[in-house]
Design a protein around this ligand. Structure first.
Ligand SMILES: [Zn+2]
Length: 407
C-alpha cells in the first residue's frame, strides 16, 4: 500500500521511466554502434553521424554509445514512439545524428524507417519538433500464378514474395486448406500482391489483396482483402467472400486499432541506469477507448494493483492469463466469465503511467511471456456497413485480376 502523496511523487520520478518504454527493443548491446561519415552534401559533412541499429541493440543504446546526454535521450525517446512504430525497427535501420561537438546534445536526428521514410527530430528547449519526409514510392500490383510442385512456400518465395508476405498467404489459406493432407502437386494457386518500390528496389510489407487455391482434394477457395482507412485498424485483412475472417483460430485484439508504443523486452531504467524487462506491450489509445477480452475466459482479478493501476487479469482455457493495466474503469468482477471481444474496461492512465495507454501482458505460470506469441486476429465477421464496403473492394479486386489476365 502506498499513500497518495508518495504515489504522486513516484509518478513524477517515473515520468522519465515511461519515456523509455518507447525504447523497448529486445537487445542490451551497447557496444555495437558503428559510425561512419555521411557523404559530402550538404557541407560540412563531418557534422553528421550515421548509425546502423546493431543486432540486439536499440535506439537508446546507440544514443548512449554516442554520449548523448541522458535528459535529451529521454526527450527524444518520449516523442519517438509517438511517430515510429517501435516494433517494426530492424537491425540495420539507420539513424542520422547531428550532435553539438562539445555537449553532444542532439541538434537534429533523422531516423530512416525504410529508405523513403525519414522521421526528422529537432530538439527545441524541452520539446522536440517532428516532421515526416516521405519520398514518393512506386506502387504496383502483381499477379503470381502457379501450379503446386513441392510446397506452396517455395513457390511463393521463388516468385519474389518476402517471408512475411508468404506467411500472410499461408495464414489465410491454412484455415481453408489442410495442406498436410489435401495439397497435391498440380494444384493451382494465385496471389495478387500490392508492392512498393523506391529507386527500383522493392520495399518490405507488400499487401496481399487476393489469394486463390484450387486443388483436386482441397477444393476451390478465394480470399479477398478488406481494407479500412485507419491503418492501425485490426479489421484490415483477408476474408472469405461472405465477410468471414480467415484467421478465426487466433485470439482477438484488446483494442479495435493497434498502435504499439513499447514492445516486450529489455529497456533501460533511467533511475537505476540498468536494464529491466518490459513485461508486456504498450498500446497507445485515447482515454476511455473500450478494452476487449482477447479470448473467452474467467476473470481472476479486477482491482487497483499498485503500479499497474486498475488491472484486470483473465485466465483462459489453455491456462494462459492475460493482463490489462492502467485502465480508467473496469466493468467486470473477479470470478465472472467473459467472452472473446467482450468490453471489460476502458483505457486510462492509472498507476505508474504518464499518459493514456493500455499495458497488455501475457502470463504463463509465474512468468510474463511475449504477447507476440499469441496469434491475434481482428474482426471475425464484417458487420453490414463493413460488408457494403467489402463488396465494392471485392469488385475492384476482380476487375484488377481480369486486367492482369488471371486465369
Ligand atoms: Zn507497459
Amino acid at each position: 500500500m502506498r499513500s497518495r502523496g508518495r504515489n504522486l511523487l513516484l509518478s513524477l520520478v517515473l515520468l522519465c521511466l515511461v519515456s523509455f518504454m518507447l525504447l523497448g527493443l529486445m537487445g542490451r548491446s551497447k557496444s555495437g554502434a558503428t559510425t561512419q561519415q555521411q557523404p559530402a552534401s550538404p557541407p560540412p559533412a563531418s557534422d553528421w553521424i550515421r548509425i546502423a541499429i546493431p543486432e540486439g541493440g536499440s535506439i537508446f543504446s546507440v544514443l548512449e554509445a554516442n554520449s548523448v546526454p541522458l535528459g535529451e535521450i529521454a526527450l527524444f525517446a518520449f516523442n519517438f514512439g509517438n511517430y515510429v512504430d517501435v516494433t517494426t525497427i530492424q537491425p540495420g535501420d539507420s539513424l542520422l545524428l547531428k550532435l553539438d561537438p562539445e555537449s553532444k546534445s542532439i541538434r537534429k536526428a533523422v531516423f530512416f524507417q525504410e529508405p523513403p521514410t525519414r522521421h526528422v527530430f529537432v530538439p527545441s528547449g524541452d520539446s522536440l519538433n517532428y516532421s515526416l519526409e516521405q519520398l514518393p514510392v512506386q506502387v504496383s500490383e502483381r499477379l503470381v500464378q502457379g501450379q503446386l510442385s513441392g510446397t506452396l512456400d517455395a513457390s511463393l518465395l521463388a516468385a519474389g514474395l518476402s517471408p512475411c508476405e508468404k506467411q500472410a498467404v499461408n495464414n489465410g489459406l491454412e484455415t481453408k486448406v489442410n495442406f498436410a493432407r489435401n495439397a497435391k502437386d498440380g494444384d493451382s494457386f494465385c496471389v495478387l500482391i500490392r508492392e512498393r518500390f523506391f529507386n527500383g528496389s522493392k520495399l518490405g510489407g507488400g499487401v496481399i489483396r487476393y489469394v486463390c487455391y484450387d486443388g483436386a482434394a482441397a477444393g476451390k477457395h478465394e480470399l479477398f482483402r478488406f481494407e479500412v482507412q485507419d491503418e492501425k485498424s485490426v479489421s484490415s485483412g483477408l476474408y472469405s467472400s461472405d465477410g468471414k475472417s480467415l484467421n478465426t483460430a487466433g485470439v482477438g485484439y484488446p483494442l479495435a486499432s493497434i498502435h504499439v508504443v513499447s514492445a516486450f523486452g529489455r529497456r533501460i531504467d533511467p533511475i537505476y541506469r540498468s536494464w529491466r524487462m518490459h513485461q508486456g506491450v504498450d498500446y497507445r489509445a485515447r482515454y476511455g477507448t473500450p478494452v476487449y477480452s482477447v479470448a473467452n475466459g474467467k476473470v481472476v482479478s479486477a482491482r487497483y494493483s499498485g503500479g499497474w493501476g486498475n488491472e484486470i487479469r483473465i485466465r483462459h482455457n489453455n491456462g494462459l492469463v492475460t493482463q490489462y493495466a492502467h485502465l480508467s474503469s473496469m466493468s467486470v468482477r473477479a470470478g465472472q466469465s467473459v467472452r472473446k471481444g467482450q468490453v471489460i474496461g476502458r483505457v486510462g492512465s492509472t498507476g505508474k503511467s504518464t499518459g493514456a495507454h493500455l499495458h497488455f501482458g501475457l502470463v504463463q505460470g509465474k512468468s510474463y511471456i511475449n504477447p507476440n506469441k499469441l496469434k491475434m486476429v481482428g474482426t471475425e465477421q464484417l458487420n453490414s456497413e463493413q460488408m457494403a464496403a467489402f463488396q465494392q473492394q471485392m469488385a475492384e479486386i476482380k476487375r484488377k485480376l481480369a486486367s492482369l489476365g488471371a486465369a
